[in-house]
Structures are given as C-alpha cells and as structure tokens.
Design a protein around this ligand. Structure first.
Ligand code: NAD
Length: 419
C-alpha cells in the first residue's frame, strides 16, 4: 500500500471522483494501520489457548487450536474497495488463509490495479484477484469455499447466501441500511453539525455507515438546519460543485437513483438539490420534515441527501428506529449520560457512537459488523483474524484415565456408572 499509495489514490479518483486526501484518510490510512497491527499481533492471536485449570478436566490438556479455515472468497463493493478488500486480506493472511478477491465491476481501475499489484507482492498461487461481473461471481459461487466474506447490499447478499447454502460454505455478510442519527436538543450544536455532515458527505454519502437520516425534536430543527448550513459554507466555501474536497456518484445509475429520490421527496428541500449528470455531481442536500413513508425513507440513500425527520420527543425517535431493521450504525448527539444509556439500552445496531459518526470503524480493538438486516460477522483487527480462523478443540487423553473412565463402557450397569 505504501509503495503504491498514489496509484490507489488515482484509481479511486478515476472510479469514484474521490479527492486524493479523502482516499488516504478513509481507506489507505486505516488499511495500513490494520496490516501493521495484524503483523505485530499475529503470534499472540494465533497462539493455541490452554484452558484455565479445572480439576475435572486438566488431565486431558484441553486446548483450543487456532487453525486457518482454508480458502476464502471476498466479494467487494464499489464504495470503499481498498478498505474492504485489503483490510480483511491482512486478517486472512494473519489467519493463514488463501484468498480470492472479487472487486466490484463498478471500480474497474481499482480492480485492474489490484490484479496487477497483488502477484508482485504475494504468492499468486495463494492470493488472487478475479475481476468480472455477475457470471464470474456465479461461477465462483459454484465452488465450495472455507469462508465467504460478502460486503455489499442486502439484495445481492440473499443471492450469495442461497448459492453458499448449496456448498455449505460459511458466509459473513457485511451489509448496509439506514443508519439513524439522533440529535438531542442538549447537544453541542456546531460540533454535531460538523460531525454529521463530515460522515454524511465523505465519498458523497457512499459509505455504509454514513448517517442516513436525522431524527430531531420539532422545535430544535430550525437551529440544526442553520448549523448545517453554516457548516456547509465552512466545508465548501465556493459550493461543493467547485470544491476539490467533494466526491462524485459512482455511475449514472446511482446518480439517477439518488436524483430520483431528491426529486420525488415530499419533504422540504432547505439546502442543495442541485445535480449535474455529466459530472455525476449531486449537491449536499438537506430535506426537512421527511415522513416515514417518503421515498427518501425506504432504502439506504447511499448519496449526499440528508432527510431530517421531526419528532415530538426522543421516545418517539427511539420508537421510529425500533420500527425498522437493525441498522449498521446508530448515532446520537447529546451531552446527557442518562440519554446515552437510554439510547444504548433501548435499541440494537451493529455499532453505536455518541457525538461522532463513521469514525468507530477505524478504532483499534473494536469489531466492525452488523446485526440482522445489516449483516452478520465481524472484520477489522483480531475480529477479522477470528473470522478466518477455525477454533479446533483438542484433548490428549492419558491411558491412566481409563481407571476413571472405564464405567462408561458396555455392558452398562448403574453400579459401574457411579464408580
Ligand atoms: P452490491 O451488493 O451491488 O455489490 C457488491 C458485490 O456483489 C460486487 O462485487 C458485485 O460485483 C457483486 N454482485 C452484484 N450483483 C451480483 C449478483 N447478482 N450475483 C452475485 N454477485 C453480485 O453492493 P454495492 O452497490 O457495490 O455496495 C453498496 C452496498 O454495500 C451498500 O448497501 C453499503 O452499505 C454496503 N457496504 C457495506 C459495508 C460493510 O462493511 N458493512 C461496507 C461497504 C459497503
């Protein structure tokens, strides 16, 4: 990664119209850190575990062996290809697995670069890249795998899981969904606006953990909108279209999808709404007073439109969240410890962050994964190592134990079994 930093940045620029700095911040930096951590800690992670002393079992020397699962398939989405392909690759190498990586056909520059570079650095008989579209994935899924790590949307996840069922290949699914962001009236407003919009507008909203929508108390909403507008002015003083710090939509189909959502919303567009299909540009767009049945509230937006849902109180916000699929991430901006506890104790999500968005994925030592419709399984750090590791139980029974165990042998008798 370090040798080829600029080539990866350029690939992301060509595939996603993404600024170099953003690629370094959200993909290359975290991946390099993850690879270093795996390298430094692999001996500790891979050491077999002897169980704590137990009088009943110690003669058997019970041990948990950490063994590679075997050959892994990674199916990668378009939005964070470096982070999703190379981070888990480091974990799989640490676990001792061989890997085939299937990049998204929507990131052809990344796919070609990876296919060119991987054999220069890793044994090509163990680590390989398969570029292609649906037929190639179909052919890969006809094979039996020792683990499949699928990252992408729920629709394709169902296809992958059905195919994997035929070969009994185990699958982790890293999916997305609508990650809510609660803004409580007691929050630090300027900080909240800055952190929500940073998380929302990174990669033009095409981040799996991006805050999808905001829940805010009706009477506090005007202040929040003002703070959002001030932040947008600060982030993009000449407008996002002219900024060199703002990404583009991946392709025309996603551009049209998000444009369609903005055009069909029944909410009130209070900022943005501008688009340019030639450059796949969608302006940061704030939509106020969006209802649960609005087009913007049906699917993960995966673009720079931020619906603001108004509630009368925070209990209503929690009910709103709980009436939907468990999200990949849940965000709450508040100064109140009681409210933080209340949100954490009364909701479920892959991760929960207070007074921050999307950053938890980079924190060393935390698992990254969803729950329910947002996925199952984890990657990053030790959790990635565990995903690709088989925990093989081992005992080594000494002959002298026959003295104790003989009561289990036929012919059975109550008397022998008691002994
Ligand atoms: P996608 O589901 O369209 O594609 C993902 C991968 O599946 C690609 O490699 C693609 O080639 C392959 N694929 C597409 N159609 C297929 C089919 N019919 N059969 C077999 N394989 C097929 O996802 P995407 O649009 O590339 O990525 C966006 C989604 O990924 C969002 O929902 C986002 O939230 C999610 N995501 C999740 C994480 C996470 O770690 N949880 C990270 C990034 C993105």
């Amino acid at each position: 990664m370090q040798d080829n930093m600029e080539a990866f940045q350029e690939a992301a620029k060509l595939d996603l119209g993404r600024p170099y700095v953003e690629t370094k911040l959200i993909e290359i930096g975290p991946v390099v850190a993850e690879a270093k951590i795996a390298f430094e800690r692999v001996d500790k992670w891979a050491a077999h575990d002897r169980l704590p002393f137990d009088l009943a079992w110690f003669p058997l020397k019970p041990t948990v062996r950490k063994e590679p699962k075997g050959v892994v398939l990674m199916v990668v989405p378009f939005n964070l290809p470096i982070w999703i392909a190379i981070g888990p690759l480091a974990s799989a190498i640490a676990a001792g697995c061989a890997v085939a990586i299937k990049p998204s056909e929507l990131t052809p520059h990344f796919g070609a670069l990876l296919a060119e570079l991987l054999p220069k650095y890793l044994d090509p008989t163990l680590y390989t890249v398969v570029n292609g579209t649906v037929p190639q994935v179909g052919a890969l899924l006809d094979l039996q795998w020792d683990h499949i790590l699928y990252t992408g949307g729920g629709r394709v996840a169902r296809i992958i899981l059905s195919a994997a069922a035929k070969t009994l290949s185990p699958v982790s699914t890293e999916l997305g969904g609508k990650s809510p962001c609660i803004v409580n009236s007691d929050c630090d407003l300027r900080l909240a606006a800055r952190r929500i919009l940073w998380g929302k507008l990174c990669n033009a909203g095409q981040v799996c953990t991006a805050p999808d929508y905001v829940l805010v108390q009706r009477d506090f909403a005007p202040k929040l909108v003002d703070a959002f507008k001030a932040t947008l002015q600060e982030f993009y003083p000449g407008g996002a279209a002219k900024s060199d710090s703002y990404s583009r939509m991946i392709n025309h189909s996603h551009f049209k999808r998000v444009q369609g959502l903005i055009e069909s919303t029944r909410g009130h567009i209070v900022y943005g709404g501008g688009t340019n299909e030639d450059t796949l540009f969608i302006e940061p767009t704030l939509v106020l007073n969006v209802h649960h049945d609005d087009p913007l509230m049906q699917e993960e937006i995966f673009g720079p439109a931020l619906p603001i849902v108004l509630v009368d109180n925070m209990d209503e916000a929690l009910e709103f969240i709980n009436s939907r699929d468990h999200p990949l991430a849940l965000y709450a901006f508040t100064r109140s410890s009681e409210f933080k506890e209340k949100v954490a104790n009364n909701t479920q999500s892959g991760a929960i962050s207070f007074n921050e968005t999307i950053f938890h994925a980079a924190v060393d030592g935390l698992p990254f994964g969803g729950i329910g419709a947002s996925g199952s399984g984890w990657h990053t750090g030790k959790f990635g190592f565990d995903t690709f590791t088989h925990l093989r139980a081992q005992i080594d029974a000494p002959g002298w134990m026959e003295f104790i165990l003989k009561g289990r042998n036929p012919p059975y008798s109550e008397e022998k079994a008691k002994a």
